[in-house]
Design a binder for this molecule. Structure first.
Ligand code: CP3
Length: 344
């Protein structure tokens, strides 16, 4: 059957007069209905592991705005949680995990095949969504890329410069590589299970790719992505993969070819004109409006939105932000962005 969902058509390489649109972190604290459901769930992790409520918050931005895609509500840190690194969130600060700094810490982690019991509620959320989503809306599954997830596991928290992960890489290369290897395997089995539950495409978030320089970028961003994508393609041919090597800069060039990704998601540090010439030349791109426009709105939002649509109009494009929408965003600005993309 010919593909009718606009997002899937873009991922298949089709140029469309109006690009499909969704938004990173589209289910989130800027929406009053999200805050109400989160309150009901108790805390963020209880929301992630409650299939009915996680499906509900995934659907909220679809109902409110009519996006072309829904992204499973979960978090990249559920994989370390499933591997046995105790995860909790400190309100107003962010995630905390037990740290991985020695062979002994690594030895306590579970195997990549042993994550499914813990992650079963996530797969159930995917099943509910694939039943309940409107037929024109595509369902996106996701995982964190090994490097980005490792930065949190090594430090036990988010870090501004990923210093502890870079230090472990320099001081105990074998341990660092073992952790990347375990995460690569776990990501393959996790994304496969999401696809089997009904995800139509999956996105690999490498939010801290920009801090990998030179050969490190090849070894710990490109190589794991290539391994993960090849394994997924072998098991699930035809399921497209979106890769997001955030802040990759000129390393965005050739990234799709090097990894086998069907679409490269762009952050807003690169101009859309540059990216159209150097990245979209190889296939579908996603992005890349600065999320600050969702706070400030107005003429600047309209102008930049039109500029991005225009710059990418010659090839396959999925309109999105360059990074997640922030809690201080105004829901009315999201509508203005959508109206501008769809209405010109
Ligand atoms: O995009 C979506 O709507 C789907 C759900 C989603 C969340 N996190 C929900 C979330 C996705 C795809 C993510 C990915 C994620 N999580 C990334 C990669 C993308 C990026 O932003 O770079 C990263 C690095 C994480 C780890 C993470 N989760 C951090 C550092 C934090 C705390 C910072 C913050 O924004 O509060 C989270 C929490 C988180 N994940 C929230 C949401 C909606 C906020 C939690 C809350 O409700 O309090």
């Amino acid at each position: 059957m010919a593909e009718t969902k606009a997002l899937m058509r873009a991922l298949a390489g089709e140029t469309q007069a109006v690009p499909p649109i969704w938004m990173m972190r589209q289910a989130g604290r800027y929406l009053p209905e999200y805050r109400a459901t989160r309150e009901k769930a108790g805390d963020f992790l209880s929301l992630c592991y409650n299939p009915e409520l996680a499906a509900e918050v995934t659907l909220q931005p679809i109902r409110r705005y009519g996006f072309d895609a829904a992204i499973l509500f979960a978090d990249i840190l559920l994989v370390p949680d499933a591997l046995g690194a105790d995860l909790w969130f400190v309100t107003g600060e962010g995630p905390r995990l037990s740290t991985i700094t020695s062979e002994a810490d690594f030895g306590k982690l579970k195997g990549a095949e042993d994550i499914h019991d813990h992650l079963a509620p996530v797969y159930e959320t995917v099943r509910i969504l694939s039943r309940e989503l409107p037929k024109e809306v595509a369902l996106i599954g996701f995982a964190g890329a090994p490097w980005t997830v490792a930065t949190y596991m090594i430090a036990g928290r988010g870090t501004p410069d990923q210093g502890p992960a870079h230090a472990l890489k320099a001081e105990d290369r074998a341990l660092f590589e073992a952790l990347i290897g375990r995460l690569t395997e776990a990501t393959i089995t996790y994304l496969s299970a999401q696809i089997e539950a009904g995800a139509e495409t999956v996105k690999l978030f490498d939010s801290w790719a920009g801090s990998l320089k030179g050969q490190d970028f090849e070894d710990f961003c490109v190589a794991p992505a290539k391994t993960i994508i090849a394994a997924l393609k072998a098991k699930h041919p035809g399921v497209p993969v979106i890769a997001f090597p955030r802040e990759a800069g000129e390393k965005y060039i050739g990234f799709a070819k090097a990894t086998g990704a069907d679409c490269v998601a762009l952050d807003n540090s690169v101009s859309p004109e540059w990216a159209a010439e150097h990245v979209q030349a190889d296939g579908c791109v996603q992005g890349n409006l600065a999320s600050s426009h969702m706070v400030t709105g107005g003429e600047d939002l309209v102008r930049e939105t039109r500029r991005i649509v225009e710059a990418f109009s010659g090839g396959p494009h999925i309109f999105n932000l360059g990074h997640g929408i922030t809690p201080d965003a105004d829901p009315a600005n999201v509508q203005l962005m959508i109206d501008t993309v769809r209405g010109g």
